[in-house]
Design a protein around this ligand. Sequence first.
Ligand code: NCD
Length: 359
Amino acid sequence: MSLVVDPAEAAAVAVSSVGAAPESEAVAWRHRHLLDVDRLSGAELELVMRTTDAMREVLARPIAKVPTLRGRQVTILFYEASTRTRVSFEVAAKNLSADVVNIAAASSSVSKGESLVDTVRTVEALGAQLLVMRHSVSGAPYLAAEVFGGSVLNGGDGWHAHPTQALLDLYTIRERLGGESQAARSRAGATTEGLLAGRKIVILGDLLHSRVARSNIWTLTASGADLWLCGPPTLLRGFEAWASRSSVAGRRFQVTTSVDEALRDADVVMALRIQRERMAEGLLPSLREYAARYGLTRERLALARPGALVMHPGPMNEGVEIAPDVAAGVQSVITDQVTNGVAVRMAVLYLLAGTQVPA
Ligand code: NCD
């Protein structure tokens, strides 16, 4: 059975009394799991965006809580460090009135050698219905999804994917480029695709180790953005080949080692953390040299369009990939990204809780 929902009424059903787009086309949310964004169509991305609009309206209420997931258990199982992703999933689930169970792998039986499959079976036997998981091994949530009876939400796996981060980034860009009136535009039928078409968006930094970048490539190309990836050649390995395969499929993006070329007239610049914990020797001469050649400084940002958005998924190495004054400057929407993360995660928890399709 799949839940057939109107792109905005979806959320309205869940949260009641939230305004909906009456004339929007009905879209079916057919996914039992959220493992990546690569299988989401443009219409499904739009559905997530509009459901998030409704969740934002819930969050603006004096009591930001709705009974949507009452009696459902959301288990958060993180095998890797996290602050914002873990906490925002927890806040999102609690805002929807779910029962939340938090497991830090370091203090669980995982540290005694329990396998991922055993752990997933155990949390299911303890009542988990929605399982939010982060793992340092790419593909681990896919394995969990094979044995888990409910829905798995990937909170980041290895270098591979970070779907909710890409969705919250898309939401933040859409909101900021659409201005204050975005919710009204949404109601009038303006789509994310229309809003991002031709907008130059740059992802700058450690692409090689970035699951955030890999998921963003799918959502931003699906939304019609003029996407550029930029970094030192050693941290761009493999992306050229992906870019040439993708343009065949109509999802274009450019790859460059030139910061000036990437930043010139950009509408959005997303800096990525240098992932020291995943960095093999020889990929970078030194952090100082990286900062000097690729760091997002005020001078470099001046190449972008006036008022271009500055983004970063966090955690930041200030003074390395981004200068402190840029991170805290007027163009920065980094805090909005964190805030929007809660609404986006409420939206996906809601959408997944409504589906009982088998795959
Ligand atoms: C990112 C992650 O963990 O993938 N952070 C996040 O979830 N907000 C990026 C990073 O670790 O650099």
